[in-house]
Design a binder for this molecule. Structure first.
Ligand SMILES: Nc1ncnc2c1ncn2[C@@H]1O[C@H](COP(=O)(O)OP(=O)(O)O)[C@@H](O)[C@H]1O
Ligand SMILES: [Mg+2]
Length: 471
């Protein structure tokens, strides 16, 4: 039995959670007011009012901790903002609530079983807020004295540190000496040392030393010498996900695996131990569970085994809110011959709140194009804007947003600041949208390599031919 479960406190603070995705970098939230009413244009969000409002209501319930273990589905044609709204939700949640995003097809490409991949995604989406008491040493450095052995291999030293009320000398080991020199700590610095992790934080230079002009940069911050005891107890609160606790405690992986992103499979026994331990912490008031959000994009790409896993996992006490998105109308459920709405099995659909997204009006499209241009630092001529807006109705919004940077390239090539209608037309000629590509395939069809459709029934053939899929 592993009795000590580590939460990797100090190290984890430095891991960044999510990288922004270029195509959605203009989305900064859902753009709702305090009453959850969607503002016309706000936080990069335009139109799609009903879906945004629904998303806001669901978020509110998540934040109040009322909606773990439920699921919702954004259903709508391609390019209608399903992913954008989900990312807007993520940004509204705040740093403490975990948000995980996966594309359903990732589940099949990882070097682990489908259910393990989904389990990991679930556990990434559950936060554990942990209260810990740590002891810190805080004061002004009076002197650092280091003695090297003759070979230089070992170092010992002493650190003299003071507050306005007292002064203490600490013995230093190798590790502390290295840490102090890495942080370039010198006499006159006010520092804090976390006793459990050994982490050193420089708080500033002591005012008393403000007249030592050497060793001072222009950005030196001056602080008062601390008062009172040198050693203090401090309560720190931090949030880690269940998955992070799993990985840190799995003997074969260890903490570094989190950086590499290569976590492999985790043994169920370990997860049971961790669940039990977290349960204990909760009873002792040391930890709190924060159900987060798991977003599964293109959910129709999951197969029947994954869906039945989802069904079961949602029943679990430690389940997040699961948000899914699908652009399918009626479609085959992968791994079966069954046709079902959105490509989801009926028993899963039954427990899902469905929010639909619809095609944008031309005003909305124009507004979104303008926002993207600001984001990408592109200036369009009125003609270019008009052409792009019209194109978006004929093709898709996503295609048009992609054209913006291509047209800008062409403008730059002729050393123009403003993208003209002609730049857009030429970009449109260079790069096909889906419709023209299909047309082109029909024209040159016989010269391209075509894959025979001879896979057994029910194996991963996306079911086409429905209203939603073909906008
Ligand atoms: N309501 C909106 N406001 C601002 N930008 C949007 C909005 N809806 C979609 N977009 C942008 O349009 C593009 C396509 O939308 P996306 O969310 O990827 O569509 P879907 O996931 O429904 O296929 C993305 O770049 C997205 O950021
Ligand atoms: Mg999408």
């Amino acid at each position: 039995m592993a009795t000590h479960i580590s939460t990797g406190t100090a190290e984890l603070r430095d891991i960044t959670k999510m990288e922004r995705i270029g195509a959605h970098s203009h989305i900064r939230g859902l753009g709702l007011d305090d009453r959850l009413e969607p503002r016309e244009t706000s936080q990069g969000m335009v139109g799609q009012a009903k879906a945004r409002k629904a998303a806001g209501m669901i978020l509110k319930m998540v934040q109040e901790g009322r909606i773990a273990g439920r699921a919702m589905l954004f259903a709508g044609p391609p390019s209608t903002g399903k992913t954008a709204i989900a990312l807007g939700m993520a940004q509204t949640l705040g740093p403490d609530v975990p948000f995980t995003m996966i594309a359903a097809s990732e589940v099949f490409s990882l070097s682990m079983s489908k259910t393990e991949a989904l389990t990991q995604a679930f556990r990434r989406s559950i936060g554990v807020r942990i209260k810990e008491e740590t002891e810190i040493i805080e004061g002004e450095v009076v002197e650092i004295q280091i003695d090297r052995s003759l070979t230089g291999a070992t170092k010992t030293g002493k650190l003299t540190i003071k507050t306005t009320d007292m002064e203490t000398i600490y013995d230093l080991g190798n590790k502390m000496i290295d840490a102090l020199s890495k942080e370039k700590v010198t006499a006159g610095d006010v520092i804090a040392i976390d006793k459990t992790s050994g982490k050193i934080t420089k708080l500033g230079r002591s005012f008393a030393r403000s007249r030592d002009y050497d060793a001072m940069g222009a950005d030196t911050k001056f602080v008062q010498c601390p008062e009172g005891e040198i050693q203090k107890r401090k309560e720190v609160v931090h949030t880690v996900s269940l998955h992070e606790i799993d990985v840190i405690n799995s003997r074969t992986q260890g903490f570094l695996a989190l950086f590499a992103g290569d976590t492999g499979e985790i043994k169920p026994e370990l997860r049971n131990q961790i669940n039990a331990k977290v349960g204990e912490w909760r009873e002792e008031g040391k930890a709190e569970i924060i159900p987060g959000v798991l977003f599964i994009d293109e959910v129709h790409m999951l197969d029947i085994e994954c869906f039945s896993f989802l069904n079961r996992a949602l029943e679990n006490e430690l389940a997040p809110l699961v948000i899914m998105a699908s652009n399918r109308g009626k479609a085959r459920i992968r791994g079966t011959n069954m046709i079902s709405p959105h490509g989801l099995p009926p028993d899963l659909l039954d427990r899902v709140l469905i929010v639909s997204t619809s095609q944008y009006t031309s005003e909305d499209i124009e507004q979104i194009i303008k926002i993207r241009c600001e984001e990408e630092d592109v200036t369009l001529s009125p003609e270019a804007l008009a052409i792009l807006s019209r194109l978006a109705t004929d093709t898709t919004l996503r295609y048009v947003l992609n054209l913006i940077s291509c047209a800008q390239m062409l403008a730059k090539k002729r050393k123009a600041e403003v993208v003209s209608g002609e730049d857009v037309r030429r970009a449109y000629d260079y790069f096909f949208d889906e419709k023209r590509s299909v047309q082109w395939i029909q024209e040159v069809g016989s010269t391209l390599v075509t894959e025979e459709d001879n896979r057994p029934a029910g194996r991963s053939k996306p079911a086409g031919g429905d209203a939603m899929d073909q906008s």
